[in-house]
Design a protein around this ligand. Structure first.
Ligand SMILES: Nc1nc2c(ncn2[C@@H]2O[C@H](COP(=O)(O)OP(=O)(O)OP(=O)(O)O)[C@@H](O)[C@H]2O)c(=O)[nH]1
Ligand SMILES: [Mg+2]
Length: 385
């Protein structure tokens, strides 16, 4: 096989072309004004090394992909992987790494907040065989969180504490988005990855069948070069979903857990609206109940669209079509719920147990059907902004 490959190289002239041994993967969403700056910084700090950079852009609406291609037309070390109708930092990093063939891989943010000058040392550590994964840490001597305010710092500390529940390593910064690893680490973990949310390093470590050897290198977190942060409340939910998936994902899908929790919030919304319409405004009960159902369904749909299905969020008229399909599906779910509960109750099952069985059947139906007909089928074929 090896001689076959060598023969092919000799015939095609590929042997003369430089081949990357270090791929830097950069997830981007609306980072147009950071792209050239990052490429020139990479070019400076990795000069003399066989490197390449793969930007994985989720169809940004600010022209990020076009800017990357403009650079790539003059620099074969630069590539753009553009994903349509998809969102998600973790899945973007995984797909970027899978699109390369280098033995050594790194992930760095596209906004120049990570200190790219650490990359050559990361590569050295990997090549020396000292570690399988090298993590850029903000929480070791020599590192820092830059100008974060106290609430952001507290949030990061709390999230770091929670991460200890899913990984055994005593890492100072398991939430880091800046790291490098040997390809084998990815290959061993890739089929177990959750690929949910922002925390791909944590996902890789928690998904590795045998704990990788990890070394940490400190760096000082910087301010964004340009553009705006994408870290929001939904990213926090994504993190909780990742932890849930790591804990019980092999039994219950994380999306289902999110769907059920949001369903529970819907019950509160329902009662709050009912109290206002029926008690405070003295409307007829049937009318009040119908109003409460409509508002609770709309709020459930909105929350699921923003949190459970963040990576395939519906917008514009697709949002409206999604809401209609969600309401229709959940109405059938309610029928399945009542039907199951009544059937069991008539057969002398304890009333609370009958009701619980109805709720389980209705919820599973709602989840399974809306996953397909509300989100999968309505998924945008073009940009999701
Ligand atoms: N492909 C892709 N990249 C994303 C997505 N969300 C964020 N990113 C990129 O991931 C990197 C980190 O996102 P940031 O918004 O900078 O998050 P952060 O650094 O934790 O937060 P800040 O400190 O506020 O900037 C940036 O390069 C983003 O452009 C996404 O859904 N898809
Ligand atoms: Mg950032």
């Amino acid at each position: 096989m090896q001689s076959e490959v060598a023969e092919l190289f000799a015939r095609t002239g590929a042997a003369e072309m430089p081949v990357a041994e270090f791929t830097v993967v950069v997830p981007t969403f609306n980072e147009r004004d950071n792209v050239s700056e990052l490429v020139s910084r990479l070019e400076q700090c990795l000069r003399g090394k066989a490197w390449e950079v793969i930007f994985v852009d989720d169809d940004s609406n600010d022209g990020t992909a076009a800017r990357i291609r403009e650079i790539a037309r003059n620099d074969p070390r630069v590539r753009c992987l553009q994903r349509i109708g998809r969102r998600g930092l973790s899945s973007a990093c995984v797909e970027g790494m899978l699109a390369s063939s280098s033995p050594y891989l790194a992930v760095i943010d596209g906004d120049c907040q990570h200190d790219e000058t650490v990359l050559p040392r990361m590569l050295e550590v990997l090549k020396s065989g000292e570690a399988d994964v090298v993590v850029g840490t903000r929480y070791a001597a020599g590192g820092g969180i830059g100008s974060w305010n106290t609430s952001r710092a507290k949030m990061s500390r709390a999230a770091t504490g929670l991460s200890r529940a899913v990984i055994k390593h005593d890492l100072s910064d398991p939430m880091s988005g800046f790291f490098a690893l040997r390809r084998e680490v990815l290959e061993l973990a890739v089929r177990n990855l959750s690929s949910i949310g922002f925390k791909i390093l944590l996902d890789i470590i928690a998904s590795s069948p045998k704990p990788p050897r990890i070394k940490e290198l400190p760096y000082e977190f910087r301010n964004r070069h340009a553009g705006e942060s994408k870290l929001d409340a939904q990213a926090v939910w994504g993190y909780l979903m990742l932890l849930a998936d790591k804990f019980i994902g092999s039994v219950i899908p994380a999306r289902f857990i999110s769907f059920v929790l949001i369903g529970a919030v819907g019950v509160f919304v329902h009662f709050a609206v009912l109290a206002v319409l029926f008690r405070a405004m003295s409307l007829r009960f049937t009318l009040s109940q119908a109003g409460a159902v409509a508002i609770a369904m709309t709020s459930n749909f909105t929350l699921n669209n923003a949190l459970t299905y963040r990576d395939m969020r519906l917008r514009g008229w697709r949002w409206v079509m999604g809401l209609i399909s969600f309401m229709l599906t959940c109405s059938f779910g309610a029928l399945a719920n009542v039907g199951t509960a009544s059937y069991l109750f008539k057969r002398h099952t304890f009333w609370a147990l009958s009701a619980l069985a109805g709720i389980v059947v209705g919820t599973v139906w709602n989840y399974a059907m809306t996953a397909t007909y509300t989100w999968e089928k309505q998924r945008p074929k073009s940009a999701s902004k």
